[in-house]
Design a binder for this molecule. Structure first.
Ligand code: T4K
Length: 387
Protein backbone atom coordinates (compact mmCIF):
# COMPACT_ATOMS: atom_id res chain seq x y z
CA UNK A 1 0.00 0.00 0.00
CA UNK A 2 2.86 2.39 0.83
CA UNK A 3 3.75 4.44 -2.22
CA UNK A 4 0.47 3.78 -3.99
CA UNK A 5 -1.76 6.82 -4.54
CA UNK A 6 -4.53 7.37 -2.01
CA UNK A 7 -7.89 5.87 -2.93
CA UNK A 8 -9.55 9.27 -2.42
CA UNK A 9 -8.04 12.48 -3.73
CA UNK A 10 -9.91 14.70 -1.27
CA UNK A 11 -10.41 13.93 2.41
CA UNK A 12 -13.53 12.09 3.56
CA UNK A 13 -14.52 13.43 6.97
CA UNK A 14 -16.60 12.03 9.78
CA UNK A 15 -19.03 14.79 10.64
CA UNK A 16 -18.99 16.58 7.29
CA UNK A 17 -21.99 18.90 7.67
CA UNK A 18 -25.23 18.23 5.84
CA UNK A 19 -26.14 21.55 4.25
CA UNK A 20 -29.83 21.23 3.32
CA UNK A 21 -31.53 23.67 0.95
CA UNK A 22 -29.07 26.55 0.61
CA UNK A 23 -31.63 28.96 -0.84
CA UNK A 24 -34.03 28.39 2.08
CA UNK A 25 -31.20 29.10 4.50
CA UNK A 26 -30.20 32.26 2.65
CA UNK A 27 -33.83 33.45 2.56
CA UNK A 28 -34.12 32.98 6.31
CA UNK A 29 -30.82 34.73 6.89
CA UNK A 30 -31.92 37.57 4.62
CA UNK A 31 -35.11 37.92 6.65
CA UNK A 32 -33.09 38.30 9.84
CA UNK A 33 -30.95 40.98 8.24
CA UNK A 34 -34.04 42.79 6.94
CA UNK A 35 -35.59 42.72 10.42
CA UNK A 36 -32.37 43.88 12.07
CA UNK A 37 -32.98 41.21 14.72
CA UNK A 38 -29.98 38.92 15.06
CA UNK A 39 -29.93 37.48 18.57
CA UNK A 40 -31.78 37.39 21.93
CA UNK A 41 -34.71 35.09 21.25
CA UNK A 42 -35.67 36.41 17.82
CA UNK A 43 -38.43 35.01 15.61
CA UNK A 44 -36.25 32.33 13.98
CA UNK A 45 -35.09 31.07 17.37
CA UNK A 46 -38.71 30.95 18.54
CA UNK A 47 -39.72 29.03 15.40
CA UNK A 48 -36.81 26.63 15.95
CA UNK A 49 -37.91 26.22 19.56
CA UNK A 50 -41.44 25.22 18.53
CA UNK A 51 -40.20 22.77 15.87
CA UNK A 52 -37.74 21.08 18.23
CA UNK A 53 -40.34 20.82 21.03
CA UNK A 54 -42.72 19.16 18.54
CA UNK A 55 -39.98 16.73 17.47
CA UNK A 56 -39.17 15.85 21.08
CA UNK A 57 -42.83 15.76 22.12
CA UNK A 58 -42.10 18.03 25.09
CA UNK A 59 -43.89 21.05 26.53
CA UNK A 60 -40.70 23.09 26.51
CA UNK A 61 -37.63 23.62 24.40
CA UNK A 62 -34.96 26.13 25.36
CA UNK A 63 -32.60 26.67 22.42
CA UNK A 64 -29.01 27.34 23.49
CA UNK A 65 -25.67 28.20 21.90
CA UNK A 66 -24.38 24.62 22.07
CA UNK A 67 -25.06 21.39 23.95
CA UNK A 68 -22.15 21.90 26.36
CA UNK A 69 -23.66 25.08 27.76
CA UNK A 70 -27.04 23.30 27.54
CA UNK A 71 -25.82 20.56 29.89
CA UNK A 72 -24.40 23.17 32.26
CA UNK A 73 -27.69 25.05 32.34
CA UNK A 74 -29.86 21.92 32.59
CA UNK A 75 -27.74 20.59 35.45
CA UNK A 76 -27.80 23.90 37.33
CA UNK A 77 -31.53 24.31 36.70
CA UNK A 78 -32.03 20.78 38.10
CA UNK A 79 -30.33 21.88 41.32
CA UNK A 80 -26.79 20.54 40.89
CA UNK A 81 -24.43 22.73 42.91
CA UNK A 82 -20.66 22.95 43.46
CA UNK A 83 -19.34 19.92 45.35
CA UNK A 84 -22.15 17.62 44.24
CA UNK A 85 -21.27 14.26 42.76
CA UNK A 86 -22.88 13.23 39.51
CA UNK A 87 -22.70 9.69 38.16
CA UNK A 88 -21.99 9.81 34.43
CA UNK A 89 -20.48 7.42 31.89
CA UNK A 90 -16.81 7.79 31.07
CA UNK A 91 -17.48 6.71 27.48
CA UNK A 92 -18.82 9.99 26.13
CA UNK A 93 -17.62 13.24 24.67
CA UNK A 94 -15.42 15.16 27.12
CA UNK A 95 -18.16 17.80 26.76
CA UNK A 96 -20.45 15.86 29.12
CA UNK A 97 -17.91 15.63 31.94
CA UNK A 98 -16.47 19.10 31.41
CA UNK A 99 -19.93 20.71 31.48
CA UNK A 100 -20.50 19.20 34.92
CA UNK A 101 -17.01 20.00 36.21
CA UNK A 102 -17.34 23.58 34.93
CA UNK A 103 -20.30 24.18 37.26
CA UNK A 104 -18.33 22.75 40.18
CA UNK A 105 -19.79 19.25 40.24
CA UNK A 106 -17.63 16.13 40.47
CA UNK A 107 -18.25 13.56 37.75
CA UNK A 108 -18.10 9.99 39.08
CA UNK A 109 -17.56 7.76 36.10
CA UNK A 110 -19.37 4.51 35.44
CA UNK A 111 -18.56 1.71 33.05
CA UNK A 112 -20.47 0.76 29.89
CA UNK A 113 -22.87 -2.05 29.07
CA UNK A 114 -22.83 -4.00 25.79
CA UNK A 115 -24.40 -1.06 23.90
CA UNK A 116 -21.63 1.45 24.79
CA UNK A 117 -24.01 3.16 27.23
CA UNK A 118 -23.97 3.54 31.01
CA UNK A 119 -24.21 0.21 32.84
CA UNK A 120 -27.11 0.70 35.28
CA UNK A 121 -25.69 -1.96 37.62
CA UNK A 122 -22.47 0.00 37.96
CA UNK A 123 -24.38 3.29 38.32
CA UNK A 124 -26.25 1.75 41.27
CA UNK A 125 -22.97 0.80 42.95
CA UNK A 126 -21.55 4.30 42.54
CA UNK A 127 -24.45 6.14 44.17
CA UNK A 128 -23.29 7.41 47.55
CA UNK A 129 -24.12 10.06 50.14
CA UNK A 130 -22.79 12.93 48.03
CA UNK A 131 -24.49 11.86 44.78
CA UNK A 132 -26.92 14.53 43.60
CA UNK A 133 -27.77 13.42 40.06
CA UNK A 134 -27.38 10.81 37.35
CA UNK A 135 -26.49 11.89 33.82
CA UNK A 136 -27.12 9.30 31.10
CA UNK A 137 -25.83 9.68 27.55
CA UNK A 138 -27.41 8.22 24.40
CA UNK A 139 -24.07 7.31 22.83
CA UNK A 140 -24.10 7.32 19.01
CA UNK A 141 -27.84 8.00 19.22
CA UNK A 142 -28.66 4.62 20.77
CA UNK A 143 -30.79 5.29 23.84
CA UNK A 144 -29.24 4.31 27.16
CA UNK A 145 -31.22 2.14 29.60
CA UNK A 146 -33.54 4.99 30.53
CA UNK A 147 -36.07 2.91 32.48
CA UNK A 148 -33.44 1.40 34.76
CA UNK A 149 -31.64 4.72 35.27
CA UNK A 150 -34.95 6.48 35.96
CA UNK A 151 -35.90 3.80 38.51
CA UNK A 152 -32.54 4.24 40.25
CA UNK A 153 -32.91 8.03 40.19
CA UNK A 154 -36.38 7.80 41.66
CA UNK A 155 -35.33 5.35 44.38
CA UNK A 156 -32.56 7.71 45.51
CA UNK A 157 -34.49 10.96 44.95
CA UNK A 158 -32.06 12.15 42.27
CA UNK A 159 -32.77 13.98 39.02
CA UNK A 160 -31.93 12.07 35.83
CA UNK A 161 -30.55 14.32 33.10
CA UNK A 162 -29.95 12.89 29.65
CA UNK A 163 -27.25 14.01 27.26
CA UNK A 164 -29.10 13.47 23.99
CA UNK A 165 -26.54 15.40 21.92
CA UNK A 166 -26.34 12.52 19.43
CA UNK A 167 -29.92 11.25 19.61
CA UNK A 168 -32.10 13.89 17.96
CA UNK A 169 -34.93 12.13 16.13
CA UNK A 170 -34.43 8.73 17.83
CA UNK A 171 -36.98 6.87 19.94
CA UNK A 172 -36.97 4.85 23.15
CA UNK A 173 -39.84 2.39 23.60
CA UNK A 174 -41.45 4.12 20.63
CA UNK A 175 -41.45 7.58 22.24
CA UNK A 176 -39.22 10.39 20.97
CA UNK A 177 -35.98 11.00 22.79
CA UNK A 178 -36.35 14.35 24.53
CA UNK A 179 -39.16 13.62 26.96
CA UNK A 180 -37.27 11.43 29.42
CA UNK A 181 -35.64 12.28 32.75
CA UNK A 182 -36.06 15.80 34.12
CA UNK A 183 -34.47 17.22 30.97
CA UNK A 184 -32.62 16.10 27.85
CA UNK A 185 -30.07 18.12 25.89
CA UNK A 186 -29.67 18.04 22.12
CA UNK A 187 -26.70 19.20 20.06
CA UNK A 188 -26.99 20.91 16.69
CA UNK A 189 -23.25 21.28 16.19
CA UNK A 190 -22.00 21.40 12.58
CA UNK A 191 -20.94 17.74 12.80
CA UNK A 192 -24.38 16.53 13.88
CA UNK A 193 -26.77 15.33 11.17
CA UNK A 194 -29.04 18.28 11.94
CA UNK A 195 -26.95 21.36 12.46
CA UNK A 196 -27.32 25.02 13.30
CA UNK A 197 -23.58 25.72 12.81
CA UNK A 198 -23.28 25.67 16.61
CA UNK A 199 -26.36 25.07 18.70
CA UNK A 200 -28.22 22.99 21.21
CA UNK A 201 -31.52 22.72 23.01
CA UNK A 202 -32.77 21.74 26.45
CA UNK A 203 -36.08 19.90 26.20
CA UNK A 204 -38.27 19.16 29.19
CA UNK A 205 -41.83 18.79 30.46
CA UNK A 206 -40.92 20.44 33.76
CA UNK A 207 -42.38 23.98 33.74
CA UNK A 208 -40.21 25.29 36.56
CA UNK A 209 -36.99 23.79 35.24
CA UNK A 210 -37.75 25.30 31.82
CA UNK A 211 -38.36 28.72 33.35
CA UNK A 212 -35.08 28.60 35.29
CA UNK A 213 -33.20 27.38 32.20
CA UNK A 214 -34.63 30.22 30.10
CA UNK A 215 -33.47 32.81 32.61
CA UNK A 216 -30.08 31.12 33.08
CA UNK A 217 -29.54 31.18 29.32
CA UNK A 218 -30.17 34.92 29.27
CA UNK A 219 -27.75 36.23 31.91
CA UNK A 220 -30.23 35.38 34.67
CA UNK A 221 -33.12 37.53 33.39
CA UNK A 222 -36.72 36.39 33.13
CA UNK A 223 -39.08 37.53 30.36
CA UNK A 224 -39.88 40.69 32.33
CA UNK A 225 -36.15 41.48 32.42
CA UNK A 226 -35.96 40.98 36.18
CA UNK A 227 -32.80 39.32 37.50
CA UNK A 228 -34.04 36.07 39.02
CA UNK A 229 -31.07 33.71 39.00
CA UNK A 230 -27.33 33.51 38.32
CA UNK A 231 -27.16 33.22 34.54
CA UNK A 232 -24.77 32.89 31.66
CA UNK A 233 -24.92 33.79 27.98
CA UNK A 234 -26.23 30.57 26.46
CA UNK A 235 -28.31 32.16 23.73
CA UNK A 236 -28.72 30.91 20.18
CA UNK A 237 -28.38 33.40 17.31
CA UNK A 238 -30.83 33.99 14.47
CA UNK A 239 -28.20 32.80 11.96
CA UNK A 240 -27.94 29.51 13.86
CA UNK A 241 -31.70 29.13 14.01
CA UNK A 242 -31.91 29.82 10.24
CA UNK A 243 -29.54 26.90 9.66
CA UNK A 244 -31.28 24.75 12.28
CA UNK A 245 -34.67 25.24 10.62
CA UNK A 246 -33.18 24.45 7.21
CA UNK A 247 -31.69 21.27 8.66
CA UNK A 248 -35.04 20.28 10.18
CA UNK A 249 -36.65 20.72 6.75
CA UNK A 250 -34.13 18.22 5.36
CA UNK A 251 -34.29 15.78 8.28
CA UNK A 252 -36.01 12.88 6.50
CA UNK A 253 -33.73 13.12 3.46
CA UNK A 254 -30.64 13.11 5.65
CA UNK A 255 -31.84 10.18 7.76
CA UNK A 256 -32.61 8.13 4.67
CA UNK A 257 -29.11 8.82 3.29
CA UNK A 258 -27.66 7.79 6.67
CA UNK A 259 -29.81 4.65 6.76
CA UNK A 260 -28.77 3.67 3.22
CA UNK A 261 -25.12 4.25 4.19
CA UNK A 262 -25.52 2.05 7.25
CA UNK A 263 -26.91 -0.73 5.04
CA UNK A 264 -24.00 -0.36 2.62
CA UNK A 265 -21.43 -0.55 5.41
CA UNK A 266 -23.22 -3.60 6.82
CA UNK A 267 -22.92 -5.49 3.57
CA UNK A 268 -19.46 -4.10 2.80
CA UNK A 269 -18.05 -5.34 6.11
CA UNK A 270 -20.06 -8.55 6.38
CA UNK A 271 -18.02 -11.62 7.21
CA UNK A 272 -14.92 -9.64 8.21
CA UNK A 273 -13.75 -11.41 11.36
CA UNK A 274 -13.05 -9.16 14.34
CA UNK A 275 -14.85 -6.12 12.91
CA UNK A 276 -18.26 -5.42 14.43
CA UNK A 277 -20.59 -2.73 13.15
CA UNK A 278 -22.74 -1.04 15.80
CA UNK A 279 -26.45 -1.37 15.13
CA UNK A 280 -29.37 0.77 16.32
CA UNK A 281 -31.69 -0.49 19.05
CA UNK A 282 -34.08 -3.09 17.61
CA UNK A 283 -37.54 -1.73 16.87
CA UNK A 284 -36.62 1.90 17.54
CA UNK A 285 -36.33 4.81 15.14
CA UNK A 286 -32.66 5.76 14.69
CA UNK A 287 -30.91 8.69 13.03
CA UNK A 288 -27.91 6.52 11.94
CA UNK A 289 -25.69 9.59 12.16
CA UNK A 290 -22.65 7.66 13.35
CA UNK A 291 -21.23 4.61 11.64
CA UNK A 292 -19.23 2.93 14.38
CA UNK A 293 -17.14 -0.20 14.13
CA UNK A 294 -15.23 -2.06 16.80
CA UNK A 295 -11.99 -3.64 15.68
CA UNK A 296 -10.85 -6.54 17.84
CA UNK A 297 -7.14 -6.69 17.04
CA UNK A 298 -6.78 -10.23 18.41
CA UNK A 299 -9.19 -11.55 15.79
CA UNK A 300 -9.18 -9.04 12.93
CA UNK A 301 -5.54 -9.32 11.92
CA UNK A 302 -5.05 -5.59 12.57
CA UNK A 303 -5.82 -3.43 15.56
CA UNK A 304 -7.97 -0.29 15.50
CA UNK A 305 -5.04 2.10 15.16
CA UNK A 306 -3.64 0.14 12.22
CA UNK A 307 -7.01 0.38 10.51
CA UNK A 308 -7.17 4.10 11.38
CA UNK A 309 -3.71 4.62 9.82
CA UNK A 310 -4.61 2.66 6.68
CA UNK A 311 -7.74 4.74 6.22
CA UNK A 312 -5.81 7.99 6.78
CA UNK A 313 -3.27 7.01 4.11
CA UNK A 314 -6.19 6.85 1.68
CA UNK A 315 -7.59 10.20 2.84
CA UNK A 316 -10.36 8.71 4.96
CA UNK A 317 -10.24 10.64 8.23
CA UNK A 318 -11.97 8.25 10.60
CA UNK A 319 -12.39 9.31 14.23
CA UNK A 320 -11.76 7.54 17.53
CA UNK A 321 -15.07 8.43 19.20
CA UNK A 322 -14.38 8.10 22.08
CA UNK A 323 -10.76 7.68 23.03
CA UNK A 324 -9.61 7.86 25.75
CA UNK A 325 -12.45 7.58 28.25
CA UNK A 326 -13.18 10.68 30.32
CA UNK A 327 -11.75 9.04 33.44
CA UNK A 328 -8.37 8.97 31.67
CA UNK A 329 -8.20 12.64 30.68
CA UNK A 330 -7.29 15.68 32.75
CA UNK A 331 -8.47 16.84 35.17
CA UNK A 332 -10.36 13.68 36.13
CA UNK A 333 -7.53 11.16 35.93
CA UNK A 334 -5.74 13.03 38.74
CA UNK A 335 -8.77 14.45 40.52
CA UNK A 336 -8.31 14.05 44.29
CA UNK A 337 -12.04 13.87 44.98
CA UNK A 338 -12.65 11.25 42.34
CA UNK A 339 -13.30 7.98 44.05
CA UNK A 340 -14.45 5.94 41.08
CA UNK A 341 -12.94 2.50 41.46
CA UNK A 342 -10.53 2.54 38.54
CA UNK A 343 -10.00 1.13 35.99
CA UNK A 344 -13.24 0.86 34.03
CA UNK A 345 -12.36 -2.29 32.07
CA UNK A 346 -15.19 -2.39 29.57
CA UNK A 347 -14.84 1.32 28.80
CA UNK A 348 -11.08 0.98 28.32
CA UNK A 349 -11.47 -2.04 26.01
CA UNK A 350 -14.10 -0.20 24.00
CA UNK A 351 -11.98 2.96 23.74
CA UNK A 352 -9.22 0.83 22.19
CA UNK A 353 -11.53 -0.69 19.58
CA UNK A 354 -13.95 1.98 18.35
CA UNK A 355 -13.76 3.86 15.11
CA UNK A 356 -16.32 6.20 13.54
CA UNK A 357 -16.50 6.19 9.75
CA UNK A 358 -17.73 8.86 7.32
CA UNK A 359 -21.43 9.04 6.56
CA UNK A 360 -24.10 11.65 5.83
CA UNK A 361 -25.16 13.17 2.53
CA UNK A 362 -21.54 13.78 1.49
CA UNK A 363 -20.89 10.04 1.28
CA UNK A 364 -22.39 7.56 -1.19
CA UNK A 365 -22.04 3.96 -2.41
CA UNK A 366 -18.69 4.49 -4.19
CA UNK A 367 -17.05 6.03 -1.13
CA UNK A 368 -18.40 3.34 1.18
CA UNK A 369 -17.22 0.54 -1.11
CA UNK A 370 -13.76 2.14 -1.10
CA UNK A 371 -13.70 2.56 2.68
CA UNK A 372 -14.81 -1.04 3.28
CA UNK A 373 -12.15 -2.22 0.83
CA UNK A 374 -9.43 -0.35 2.74
CA UNK A 375 -10.60 -1.85 6.04
CA UNK A 376 -10.61 -5.35 4.53
CA UNK A 377 -7.13 -4.87 3.12
CA UNK A 378 -5.84 -3.58 6.46
CA UNK A 379 -7.30 -6.57 8.28
CA UNK A 380 -6.25 -9.20 5.82
CA UNK A 381 -2.80 -7.91 4.94
CA UNK A 382 -3.81 -6.80 1.47
CA UNK A 383 -5.72 -9.96 0.58
CA UNK A 384 -9.26 -8.87 -0.07
CA UNK A 385 -11.57 -11.62 1.11
CA UNK A 386 -14.98 -12.06 -0.40
CA UNK A 387 -17.82 -10.83 1.81
N1 T4K B 1 -22.40 15.31 24.43
C1 T4K B 1 -22.04 14.44 23.48
C2 T4K B 1 -22.35 12.99 23.66
C3 T4K B 1 -21.41 14.90 22.31
O1 T4K B 1 -21.04 14.04 21.34
C4 T4K B 1 -21.14 16.28 22.17
C5 T4K B 1 -20.45 16.78 21.01
C6 T4K B 1 -21.56 17.15 23.20
C7 T4K B 1 -22.18 16.63 24.32
C8 T4K B 1 -21.37 18.64 23.11
O2 T4K B 1 -22.11 19.18 22.02
P1 T4K B 1 -21.74 20.68 21.49
O3 T4K B 1 -21.41 21.52 22.68
O4 T4K B 1 -20.57 20.53 20.53
O5 T4K B 1 -23.01 21.12 20.81
C9 T4K B 1 -16.96 16.80 17.33
C10 T4K B 1 -17.92 17.93 17.62
O6 T4K B 1 -17.22 19.18 17.70
C11 T4K B 1 -18.71 17.73 18.88
O7 T4K B 1 -19.83 18.61 18.80
C12 T4K B 1 -19.22 16.31 18.98
N2 T4K B 1 -19.88 16.01 20.21
C13 T4K B 1 -18.08 15.33 18.81
C14 T4K B 1 -18.56 13.90 18.87
O8 T4K B 1 -17.52 15.55 17.54
P2 T4K B 1 -14.37 16.91 17.31
O9 T4K B 1 -13.38 17.42 18.27
O10 T4K B 1 -14.15 15.56 16.76
O11 T4K B 1 -14.65 17.95 16.15
P3 T4K B 1 -13.74 18.33 14.91
O12 T4K B 1 -13.68 19.80 14.82
O13 T4K B 1 -12.45 17.61 14.96
O14 T4K B 1 -14.59 17.84 13.67
C15 T4K B 1 -14.86 16.47 13.44
C16 T4K B 1 -14.81 16.18 11.96
O15 T4K B 1 -15.79 16.92 11.28
C17 T4K B 1 -13.47 16.50 11.30
O16 T4K B 1 -13.09 15.40 10.51
C18 T4K B 1 -13.76 17.69 10.41
C19 T4K B 1 -15.25 17.61 10.16
N3 T4K B 1 -15.87 18.94 10.06
C20 T4K B 1 -16.02 19.66 11.21
C21 T4K B 1 -16.60 20.91 11.16
C22 T4K B 1 -16.77 21.71 12.43
C23 T4K B 1 -16.28 19.41 8.84
O17 T4K B 1 -16.12 18.73 7.81
N4 T4K B 1 -16.89 20.64 8.79
C24 T4K B 1 -17.08 21.40 9.90
O18 T4K B 1 -17.67 22.51 9.81
O19 T4K B 1 -15.79 16.96 18.05
Amino acid sequence: MTGSPPRFSTPLHVGRPNIGDRSKFLDRLGGALDRHWLANNGPLVREFEARVAALAGTRHCVPVGNATVGIQIAAKAAGIAPGDEVVVPSFTSPATAHALHWIGATPVFCDVDGTANADPGHVARLIGPRTRAIVGVHVFGRPCEIDRLAALAERHGLPLILDAAQAVGCTYRGRPIGGFGVAEVFSFHATKYLNSFEGGAIVTDDDELAERARAMRNLGMNDERDQVVCGINGRMTEASAAMGLTSLDAMETIISANRRNHRLYRSGLAGLDGVRLHEPAPGERANHQYIVIEVDGAVAGADRDTVLGALARHNVLARRYFHPGCHQIPPYRDHPALHTPLPLPRTEALCDRVLSLPTGTAVGPAEIAGICGIIREACTGGQVRAA
